[in-house]
Design a protein around this ligand. Structure first.
Ligand code: GLY
Length: 356
């Protein structure tokens, strides 16, 4: 039996956590004629044919669009090719897009689904840890443009999310560590008990309780998204580590460092100033640092950057509103907080402390 989590957004949907069936029998496909699976070459090779067969068994006509894996594909050019594919395949509003893959696949498929024919339904089948705990839930879809990551997009909730933790068995270790970055983020902003569990494990022993960890993270995200679907306030907490993390990714031209690793480093960097100013408990900063160290984030080879460069890049972040920037800090483990400040203050606040 799948674990079913209801998400009460404007268009409500269910998240199924299960490894019993690829496509849970509880999902009703009766209103759809065709399914267009969108996947990258790596994921298609692993799961494509099996998912296709399962959807066919449910009475759908299935075709597929497979693109080269990686963040470099998350752009308007790929989306444009998807529109052509959907059009040639005769996909209409009574059909369904199935996003089979990690965050890149979910984001571009969701964006195509939100715009093709002014919106058609889509199903999320996340295959990476990061997509399972974060990007497949909550309806953020989009693509990168030259000036930054996820700068073009739309909110579009899927009709359902199917999380199959068994799929993580084929996930390369670097992708696993990538997803753990977001899991540490959830613990930092909302759950001291989750943080304690992470402290009690190593990345390898954590695999034994991964379905439970995934479910905890999904529930944290569900609650935050239900309270603030369109990111007017509380949802910004999910950006802990992201303002500087995105800046690091941008300085790397979105290659050479993964999102979750950049977020992990971003969580530490953004916490230095609050730790020095007393806004964050010093012991908790040490625990965050030690956990990131234990999970190996400081041993990952990344290009070297000057802190000022990272801060300047962060000012182009889409979370900046006018002359203010909202950053997320944690007063203590499990308690994230939004801190809004003038841009000029942000540079001094973060830079002085970071250079100590
Ligand atoms: N990944 C952050 C959010 O969905 O709001």
């Amino acid at each position: 039996m799948p674990q079913i989590i209801n998400v009460n957004t404007r268009a409500p949907y269910k998240i199924y956590i299960t490894d019993d069936e690829l496509i849970p029998r509880e999902i009703d496909f009766s209103k759809y004629t065709k399914a267009a699976i969108i996947s990258d070459d790596n994921v298609w090779a692993l799961y494509g044919e099996a998912v296709k067969a399962s959807l066919k068994k449910r009475g759908l006509l299935v075709n597929r669009f497979v693109f080269p894996h990686g963040e470099a594909s998350k752009n308007l050019n790929t989306v444009s090719r998807i529109y052509e594919f959907l059009d040639k395949g005769g996909i209409t509003r009574s059909d369904l897009i199935v996003a089979l893959g990690g965050g890149v696949t979910g984001d571009i498929s969701g964006f195509a689904a939100s715009t093709y024919l002014r919106g058609i339904d889509f199903l999320q089948m996340p295959t990476s840890l990061l997509a399972m705990v974060d990007s497949s839930i909550g309806g953020k879809t989009g693509v990168d443009i030259q000036s930054g990551k996820n700068l073009v997009g739309a909110f579009k909730q899927p009709i359902a999310v199917i999380i199959n933790p068994k799929m993580l068995e084929t996930l390369p270790y670097s992708y696993y560590i990538d997803g753990l970055g977001e899991i540490i983020k959830y613990a930092m902003i909302r759950s001291a008990s989750l943080f304690e569990k992470l402290e009690a494990h190593t990345p390898s022993t954590l695999r034994e309780i991964l379905p439970e960890i995934i479910s905890e993270c999904v529930n944290i995200k569900r609650e935050i998204v239900e309270n603030d679907e369109f990111e007017k306030g509380e949802r910004m907490l999910l950006n802990f580590g992201h303002t500087l993390g995105h800046a690091i990714e941008k300085l790397c031209n979105f290659t050479g460092i993964s999102h979750g690793v950049a977020v992990a480093l971003g969580m530490e960097l953004i916490s230095v100033a609050p730790m020095f100013s007393g806004e964050m408990a010093a012991d908790d900063f040490t625990r965050l640092h030690n956990l990131l160290d234990k999970y190996g984030y400081f041993n990952i080879q990344t290009p070297e950057f000057d802190v000022t460069e990272i801060l300047k890049a962060a000012l182009n972040d889409k979370k900046r509103r006018g002359n203010d920037i909202s950053i997320i800090i944690c007063e203590k483990i499990g308690h994230g907080k939004i801190k809004k400040m003038p841009v000029s203050e942000f540079l001094n606040y973060s830079n002085n402390n970071l250079n100590e």
